[in-house]
Design a protein around this ligand. Sequence first.
Ligand SMILES: Nc1ncnc2c1ncn2[C@@H]1O[C@H](COP(=O)(O)OP(=O)(O)OP(=O)(O)O)[C@@H](O)[C@H]1O
Ligand SMILES: O=P(O)(O)OC[C@H]1O[C@H](OP(=O)(O)OP(=O)(O)O)[C@H](O)[C@@H]1O
Ligand SMILES: O=C(O)c1cccnc1
Length: 483
Amino acid sequence: MYKFEDDSFMLHTDLYQINMSQTYLEQGLADRTAVFDLYFREVPFGNGYAVFAGLERIIDFLENLRFTESDIRYLRSLGYGEDFLEYLRDLRFTGNVRAVEEGGLVFANMPLVQIEAPIIEAQLIETALLNIVNFQTLIATKASRIRQLVPDDMLMEFGTRRAHEFDAALWGARAAIIGGFDGTSNVRAAKLFGLNASGTHAHAMVQAYGDDYDAFKAYAETHRDCVFLVDTFDTLRSGVPNAIRVAREYGGRINFIGIRLDSGDIAYLSKEARKMLDEAGFPDAKIVVSNDLDEVTIVSLLSQGAKVDSWGIGTKLITAYDQPALGAVYKLVAVENESGTLENRIKISGNPEKVTTPGKKDVYRIINKYTGMSEGEYITHAGEEVSEDAPLLMFHPVHTMKRKLIRSFEKVELLKDIFRNGELVYEREEIAEIKQRLESNLSILWEEYKRFLNPEAYPVDLSTELWQIKQDLIEEASNKTLE
Ligand SMILES: Nc1ncnc2c1ncn2[C@@H]1O[C@H](COP(=O)(O)OP(=O)(O)OP(=O)(O)O)[C@@H](O)[C@H]1O
Ligand SMILES: O=P(O)(O)OC[C@H]1O[C@H](OP(=O)(O)OP(=O)(O)O)[C@H](O)[C@@H]1O
Ligand SMILES: O=C(O)c1cccnc1
């Protein structure tokens, strides 16, 4: 597999992108500017918001965008012509990219990434961009949903062994941290992205020693920070008493952080273990739990009064178990015509929610000046003036009767410049800044949009001008089909 020293990500695309690119080149369309929006149509997991992640990798991908010699040779073997291959050999990303920043809240039908580039370039990067954003945003959202349930507890991402292979484990760990997790068990992810590496020990070690006491003692001999896994044989009769015994014997020579439960009735066992630890004089010892946890089991455990301080969550987070795809799409919204001006384009669908919104856009978050809270997103035709000096009418783009007038507001532009004419103009961020953004975004989102079950739909509205452009194009398209 790794027989190409110069392998690149350029062929990490669908063949049809290359086929279309050849058509664009040979028919003289390749250099026409096109605008594409990347967005999803429904917030995953029934949540009220999603958390954007993926920009870091998009930047890496676009900065290194070039076909290598082995890529070109491979395409030649598929039968592509020499002129096309020559063109691809020199291809670099020369376009503009604007995007939401990582950790930013995002909602259905708002552009998360906007690409404005020669159509051949925009087309060749589609698949990779979707691949990145679809996964990372999904996992960051799942992580944030879990974080909302346990705002003060420690959350550890344990999913690598169950993830969909290496990349998903690595970037999934980063996305989980963006979404609000404190640490990851994936050491490489921690190293590469500057995350907290965290972890305990497994049953294998207890099995290897043959009993809890010997295993915990061996661990205490070799580590200062100790969390003992107490459920290998019998949690309440052997695991917890032996953890307490070793903690007593080692006293100040170890930092007895606590115990981990990984099977059985977590509510019952955690309450019993809590009593035992308290009675033994370890009220600060933490109880870590793991075992196929997700939002639903966490809600249930909380309602049963489980005594948990720290949660290790793997499979159901990293695989987005209950909704394995975000369904983000990448749609052409404008293209340069023969005379060099951008022409808006639409894609019609029988389902009104699926009709694309044409045109290059600006995306604003409208923040109510009286409450400081966000009222919704307001999408305009690019360059359209949005005056903060006059009241703003916001209305639902399909159910237009749903409307509200915002009298005093501040608008915050959500799409930041990332690449301009192929040059990276965005400063990469540390994870701490990204996490901070999510917290501050959440702090101005009304509780109604954040609740776990059946949240209200957050408004993502079009300006009157953009809405009209869309209606006109819908009408034009439907007239064409009548001709
Ligand atoms: N009190 C509880 N309420 C709701 N769900 C729970 C509770 N305790 C544990 N669970 C969840 O129940 C699921 C299965 O646990 P179960 O006890 O059937 O298997 P287990 O303990 O993993 O058994 P094994 O010994 O095979 O590991 C897990 O997802 C776990 O998180
Ligand atoms: O349950 P998850 O949410 O996926 O979290 C990760 C799981 O991975 C480990 O189990 P595993 O059975 O793989 O190994 P072990 O011997 O350490 O328990 C750990 O004990 C957790 O249960
Ligand atoms: O550190 C742990 O306890 C851990 C790490 C990965 C998977 N399960 C548990």
